[in-house]
Design a protein around this ligand. Sequence first.
Ligand code: SF4
Length: 398
Amino acid sequence: MQGIKELFKIGRGPSSSHTLAPERACKLFLEVNGTYPGYLVELYGSLSLTGKGHHTDKIIEETLGGNCKVVFKLDWDESFPNGFYIYGLDTNGNKQVKWTVFSIGGGSIQIKEHPVNYNDEVYFETSLEEIYQVCEKNHETLMEYAQRHESDIRTYLSDILDAMCACVKRGLSEEGMLPGELQMRRSAHDLYLQGLHANMSDQRDIRLMSYAYAASEENAAGHTCVTAPTLGACGVLAAFMYYAYNDCEITREKCIDALIIAGIFGNVVKTNATISGAVGGCQAEVGTAVSMTAAACAYLEGLQPSQIEYAAEIGMEHNLGLTCDPVLGYVMIPCIERNAVGVRRAVDSANLAKYLSRVRSHLVSFDMVVETMKDTGSQLPRSLRETAEGGLAKEWEK
Ligand code: SF4
């Protein structure tokens, strides 16, 4: 299993697969191959079908600079559904070097011609059951387990916590229109103000959702956010952490613990299923984010490891089958609202696990629900996996 650091990345929105991954690949291309008089980049799969709305072409042109042409193509027959070719061109436009890049979710990349090793396979264990067994055998907590494998994880996650909070804070103060054809007005600020005057029972919920709106609107605007596990789903965990750190004044150390817990659950999903909407639909993105956040919330509630697992399992189970159908390819509808609903669902999952586990033990394991998510994703039609060809995206076009 890869390091938690590779799961939480700071980058520019609106999509980890469509902006962060191409930006990373293009930077690495220049680093490894040097500069060329020209570049040709061919986008395929979801990158081609929703790349315009996700600003993929813009970020590639900006990163490679100079004479760069980006084309959207459909006849991709590589092994992974979402990817692109980068060509370095000579002064006559002849192709000199070619990279085949797969955008595998959450901003992570694989390059056929140049294997990348982003602190790869740090953990031997791959399932939650294995991780729990090791912790039991060594008499260690999940935090000690993570620190044993990634010694600098706390410092790294301290920066991640700051980046998440900064993103929410910025999003709350911004007003006006989001970029793009949808002509969507930012809502986080107004939602937050409404939350202040809501009745007692609604106050926390509206505040939490306004935080998710704030982070997701920052992402939609192409600003800096944190993958958790992706940029499209960045609002769920960021909203909860902002709430915990700022509103509940939970200590930084405890918040870092919660991020470690969330990271372990997200990593199990990433390793055994997928966190890419183009592969598994939105259950892989917002579903995973809800699961991670439910685990973090359960930890901060003081629940035991089996109850934390229960919370994460509930969070994923009730997102199974969630499709990815971004209208006009923008990470706005249904994405922003979905992040807001997601953070509520995560808190509810932790609460349900807390009280239900006093009545009976859970029957579905986290590993089982992750397998189910993978299988369900493989059965989703392509039109509902980040192609903007089905669901809401299709209805909108009618
Ligand atoms: S619908 Fe979900 S998976 Fe698809 S772009 Fe939006 S947030 Fe990402």
